[in-house]
Design a binder for this molecule. Structure first.
Ligand code: GLN
Length: 538
């Protein structure tokens, strides 16, 4: 194909309609047809990245191989397509303005008045095209964050308008809207869709395809009405009915011929069908598990659906790999202590202690880990979860009274988790973290080496603190083995416990690497251990 085709995905009526899932589903269908595709998210907020955003504000922060802290939608993109993303796949208004302002300071605009149009919109277009050219793509799907009509997203929509004008039928605009069902009237209503399309048209953009989120099937009359009022053909009105699982959506979109509709718009002829056999097998197992296990996710954002998104999805992938339904119970670590740990955790077949920052809920995490260690319940510690396992072992096995991470206790007599000298030199919050993919060497004969079936792996990081090497020998001698190492920087990346069925802590985030096509081996193995634990209990 001569050049990249651009697909823009906008959203109308309300937020949370699932633009990320629609974008990912389009990508999945196109990738399954053999096209090279990536997805980019344009976020209208002014933060440079979501790295400094509280999970209450923005859910989980997803981390890419190149160390970008990004929107959680990038996680969906990777999980659906198995194609890694990067810094360039997530652009915020903050990044755009920062770049334009720094050019202005360097005098690059030669005395011009710097304005939203053309300077900001040029920068947006430049960043869209840059990714398309860099990756030599067949398709770039660009999801515009926010809802049409938001003041913040105007420059992004304007950039879409300009690109359509410049590139003609190399661009397709897919607009996702809501067609609500009014119970009192007993019917689906198209007016919100009509209004949101009008808003988009006022901003100079005519959508090519309208994807309608709905809880009831759209009949022909509704499709025709939307088509008539919104200047699209009836075949371009796509029903997106509420699904049991987000992983159903590519199949639903296939049934609605969304992929063919897109290909038609960009003049690509095709007779073939996307190869979705593996995806369908995955869905079949997901819906017909042969058994079920209960896993506790011990964290401090239990009321937030999106805070541990990638971990929850990793459990879905790993569950399918074990033909097993994983029931993830979110347990608030803040309210967990010696007096109630038995009651709260006794039914679990596995315990995962979540990543996190800040002191809230730390003691509860440590209590949960002690319980898992002493009762031989499979335990998986991720990042802060691993650090808490080290603290727990220090306090209760090695007798290090008051052992802690210096993140929470600067004057602890036993700083078993500490900041590396290198990191201490950097001040301020932004930029001090170890971010992105780092190699990890797995010790021969270790449990993790068997799990990965390899000795050299690479995993993504997002943390400041590390296992303190001064304690390495004492821990090894007592049975907590540093089995995964970053050899170059001399860092402990994985610990595992001797004489325990499954007790592994990792300093990195395996959840960022799990996809439908490639469930993460640690999650797969942990779920297997939970199944074995459940069997033992019977
Ligand atoms: N707060 C810990 C650190 O900075 C762990 C971070 C995490 O769990 N992502 O090292």
């Amino acid at each position: 194909m001569p050049k990249t085709k651009f697909i823009f995905v906008t959203g109308g009526v309300t937020s949370s309609l699932g633009k990320g899932i629609i974008s990912s589903s389009i990508a999945k269908l196109l990738v399954s047809r053999g096209f090279s595709v990536t997805i980019q998210k344009l976020d209208p907020y002014i933060n440079i990245d979501p790295g400094t955003l509280n999970p209450y504000e923005h859910g989980e922060c997803f981390v890419t191989d190149d160390g970008a802290e990004t929107d959680l939608d990038l996680g969906h993109y990777e999980r659906f397509t198995n194609v890694p993303t990067s810094q360039a796949n997530n652009i915020t208004t903050g990044v755009v303005y920062q770049s334009v302002i720094s050019k202005e300071r360097k005098g690059e605009f030669l005395g011009e008045t710097v304005q939203v149009i053309p300077h900001i919109t040029d920068e947006i277009k430049y960043r869209i095209k840059l990714l398309a050219n860099r990756e030599n793509l067949d398709f770039l799907i660009t999801e515009i964050g926010g809802t049409v009509g938001d003041i913040e997203s105007l420059p992004f929509i304007e950039a879409v308008r300009q690109m359509r004008w410049e590139l003609g039928n190399s661009c397709v605009v897919v607009h996702l809207t809501l067609v609500p069902f009014l119970a009192a009237a007993g019917e689906l209503k198209t007016k919100p869709t009509q209004h949101s399309v009008k808003l988009l048209q006022e901003q100079g953009v005519q959508p090519d395809i309208i994807v309608c989120r709905t809880e009831k099937n759209l009949n022909e009359g509704i499709r025709n009405k939307i088509a008539l009022f919104c200047n699209v053909s009836p075949s371009s009105v796509i029903e997106c009915i509420d699904a049991e699982s987000i992983y159903d959506v590519p199949i639903l979109m296939k049934k609605e011929n969304l992929d063919l509709e897109i290909l038609r718009k960009v003049d690509i002829k095709t007779d073939g069908e996307p190869d979705l056999d593996d995806w369908k097998r995955f869905l079949h197992t997901l819906k017909n598990p042969s058994r079920s296990v209960k896993v506790g996710l011990i964290g401090k954002y239990v009321e937030l659906k999106d805070a541990y998104k990638s971990i929850n999805e990793s459990f879905i992938h790993a569950g399918v790999a074990n033909a097993c339904n994983v029931e993830v119970r979110l347990i608030q670590s803040e309210y967990l202590d010696e007096s109630n740990v038995e009651e709260k955790l006794k039914d679990l077949d596995g315990i995962l202690v979540a990543p996190g920052f800040g002191e809230r809920g730390i003691e509860g995490k440590i209590t949960a880990i002690r319980y898992a260690r002493e009762k031989s319940i499979p335990f998986f510690g991720i990042c802060l979860g691993m650090q808490c396992a080290v603290i727990e072992f220090g306090r209760h096995v090695l007798g290090y009274k008051g052992a802690h991470s210096t993140e929470f206790d600067r004057v602890t007599p036993f700083p078993v988790i500490d900041m590396m000298e290198e990191q201490k030199k950097i001040s301020g919050l932004g930029g001090t973290m170890r971010l992105g993919a780092y190699p990890c060497y797995l010790q021969q004969g270790s449990q993790v080496e068997k799990i990965f079936g390899a000795q050299n792996i690479s995993e993504r990081h997002r943390h400041r603190y590390e296992f303190n090497n001064e304690y390495k020998e004492a821990y090894s001698n007592a049975g907590m083995m540093p089995v995964g190492l970053n050899v170059k920087d001399d860092l402990v990346e994985i610990i595992e416990l001797k004489n325990h069925p499954w007790f592994i802590g990792v300093q990195f985030h395996p959840e960022y690497r799990s996809t439908v096509a490639k469930p993460h081996p640690l999650f797969v193995s942990f779920v297997k251990a939970a199944v074995e634990h459940a069997t033992r209990k019977k």
